[in-house]
Ligand binder design. Structure first.
Ligand code: GLU
Ligand code: MG
Length: 464
C-alpha cells in the first residue's frame, strides 16, 4: 500500500506541516475523535475534533444546539419544541466511554467518546437523558441502598448480506458473516466491553450481540457503543446493520432485551429470594410492579417508533402481554430461568428482563424511566405482581385478571399519551425533556400517517 493511499501518518505532525506536499499526507494529529451525544432519538450525533486538539477539547467540550435534540429521525425538527433557535450547549465527553477501534488497514480508527450536555456555566443540561439516568440511579441508591446492574441484548439485521439467507442459528449463517463476528469480539474488547455471545438469530440475516452486565449507566453507554461498533463493522463489509424494530411487517422483530439485577451496598446480589414466587426478592418484585404500573410511558421510550407496535403483539416472542412471567418469552417482564447445574449460583443469576424495547430507543431515557418507575413501586410498597407460569394466551378472562395479565399499548400514540400523563414522568422528568420527546414522537406519527406499515418499516430500517 502506498503512503498516499493509506490513512496512516507518514511522519510526525511538525514534519508534515513543514514539508512540501504536506497537504497530501495524513498526520497522526489529524485523526478525528467524535464527541457523540446519545440523544433522545436513540442515535448518537455529534461532531469531531482532531486528535491534536483533544486535550483542550476534553475540558470544555464542543458546541451543540439545544433544538438538535428535537430533530426527528425522519428529518424535520419537531415543532413546537422547547428551544427553537435559542441557546447553546457544550458536549463534554466522559473519558470512561472513550472507544478507539483500529481494525481497518485502509481507514482511520473509529474513535469516539459519549458526552454529557452542559450549559455554558458547566451545569448539567436538564434535558440530557444521560443526566436523567444518572439522577435516577443516585435516587435508587439513596432511597434503597441498591445499585442496579444491567445488560442490553441487541438484535439486528445485516442488510445486503446474503442473497439466500441460511437457516436460523446455523453455522452456515455464523460463518457467512465472518469476519464480522470476530471483529465484533475484537472491537468490544478494544472498547473495554465483554462479548458474551454473537449469534445468528431466527430471522433472515438476523444476528444478536450480547455483552456482560455492568453498572446501569455504563450499561446504557455500552448499548450506544455496541450499536456504533456493529454498524461500522457491517459498513466496512459493504452491509448495513439495522437495529430497527422490523424490516417488514411480517418479518422477525429486532428486540432489545434489557436484563436488570440489583446489588446491595456490599455488592451482594439482591434480586433473589428462593422462598418467594419466581425466586424474586421482595424489593425486585416491587420494582417489577412499578415497571408494569408505568408501562405505557416505558414503552414510549423503549419502543419509540410507530412500527415498534407491530412487534409488540402476541406470538412474536417479543412482548405480547403486560405481565411478569417465569421463563416465558411472550411476557414483557421475564424472570429468566437460572441454570441449576455446574455450580451455577441462582442468586447471582437472578434478574428481570424487559423485552419490549427495540434498537430505536435511547438506552439512557429508557433505563431512566424504568428505574424511576421501579423506584416508585418500591417507595409505594406495591404488591409484587403474580409470577405467571406456563403459556397464558389460552387462559380465561378471570384467570387473566387474577394473574394481572394486561395488554400492551397498541400504538405509539397510545404510549405517548401514557408518557405525558404518567405521574412519575410528570414529577421526575424535567419539563423540557418531556415536551421535546412528546413533540418529536407526535411529529413522527404525523409524518408517517399516510404511509403503509411496509413503508414505515422500510423507513426506519434505513435509519436505525
Ligand atoms: N426477536 C424477538 C424480539 O423481537 C426476540 C427473540 C428472542 O427471544 O431472542 O424481541
Ligand atoms: Mg434473541
Amino acid at each position: 500500500m502506498t503512503a498516499a493511499r493509506s490513512w496512516r501518518p507518514a511522519c510526525e505532525d511538525a514534519h508534515v506541516l513543514a514539508s512540501p506536499g504536506a497537504e497530501s499526507t495524513v498526520a497522526e494529529g489529524d485523526e478525528l475523535v467524535a464527541f457523540l451525544y446519545a440523544d433522545l432519538s436513540g442515535l448518537n450525533r455529534g461532531r469531531a475534533v482532531p486528535l491534536r486538539n483533544l486535550e483542550r477539547s476534553l475540558r470544555t467540550g464542543v458546541g451543540w444546539v439545544p433544538a438538535d435534540q428535537a430533530i426527528t429521525v425522519l428529518g424535520p425538527l419537531a415543532e413546537p419544541n422547547p428551544w427553537g433557535s435559542l441557546g447553546d450547549l457544550r458536549l463534554v465527553p466522559d473519558p470512561e466511554t472513550r472507544t478507539r477501534v483500529d481494525l481497518w488497514p485502509d481507514l482511520p480508527p473509529l474513535h469516539f467518546m459519549l458526552c454529557d450536555a452542559l450549559d455554558l456555566d458547566g451545569e448539567p443540561w436538564d434535558a440530557c437523558p444521560r443526566f436523567l439516568l444518572r439522577g435516577a440511579l443516585e435516587r435508587l441508591e439513596r432511597e434503597t441502598g441498591l445499585r442496579l446492574w444491567a445488560a442490553f441484548e441487541h438484535e439486528f439485521v445485516l442488510q445486503g448480506h446474503s442473497p439466500a439467507p441460511p437457516p436460523a442459528f446455523s453455522m452456515e449463517a455464523l460463518r457467512l458473516a465472518e469476519p464480522m463476528g470476530t471483529q465484533v469480539a475484537a472491537a468490544l474488547r478494544l472498547a473495554g466491553l465483554h462479548l458474551e455471545n454473537f449469534l445468528p438469530e431466527y430471522g433472515d440475516d438476523q444476528f444478536e450481540v450480547t455483552v456482560a452486565p455492568r453498572t446501569a449507566l455504563a450499561a446504557a453507554d455500552a448499548a450506544s457503543i455496541v450499536r456504533e461498533l456493529v454498524r461500522e463493522i457491517a459498513r466496512r463489509r459493504g452491509w448495513r446493520a439495522s437495529f430497527a424494530p422490523l424490516m417488514r411487517p411480517d418479518g422477525s422483530g429486532n428486540g432489545v432485551h434489557v436484563h436488570m439485577s440489583f446489588r446491595d451496598a456490599d455488592g451482594a446480589p439482591a434480586t433473589h429470594d428462593h422462598e418467594r414466587p419466581g425466586g424474586l426478592s421482595l424489593v425486585a418484585g416491587r420494582f417489577a410492579a412499578g415497571v408494569l404500573a408505568h408501562l405505557p410511558a416505558i414503552c414510549a421510550a423503549g419502543a419509540p417508533t410507530p412500527v415498534s407496535y407491530l412487534r409488540l403483539v402476541p406470538h412474536r416472542w417479543s412482548a405480547g402481554a403486560a405481565c411478569l412471567a417465569a421463563g416465558n418469552r411472550e411476557a414483557v417482564l421475564r424472570i429468566p430461568t437460572p441454570t441449576a447445574f455446574g455450580g451455577a449460583d441462582p442468586a447471582a443469576q437472578a434478574r428481570l428482563e424487559l423485552r419490549a424495547a427495540d434498537g430505536a430507543c435511547s438506552p439512557h431515557l429508557l433505563l431512566a424511566l424504568v428505574v424511576l418507575a421501579g423506584l416508585a413501586g418500591i417507595r409505594e410498597r406495591l404488591e409484587p405482581p403474580p409470577v405467571v407460569i406456563g403459556d397464558f394466551y389460552s387462559l380465561p378472562e378471570d384467570e387473566l385478571r387474577r394473574l394481572a395479565i394486561g395488554r400492551m399499548p397498541g400504538s405509539l400514540a397510545e404510549a405517548v399519551d401514557g408518557f405525558e400523563t404518567d405521574a412519575v414522568v410528570q414529577t421526575a422528568v424535567p419539563r423540557d425533556l418531556r415536551d421535546a420527546y412528546a413533540a418529536m414522537k407526535r411529529t413522527e406519527i404525523a409524518l408517517l400517517e399516510a404511509s403503509s406499515d411496509e413503508e414505515g418499516c422500510a423507513r426506519y430500517a434505513r435509519i436505525y
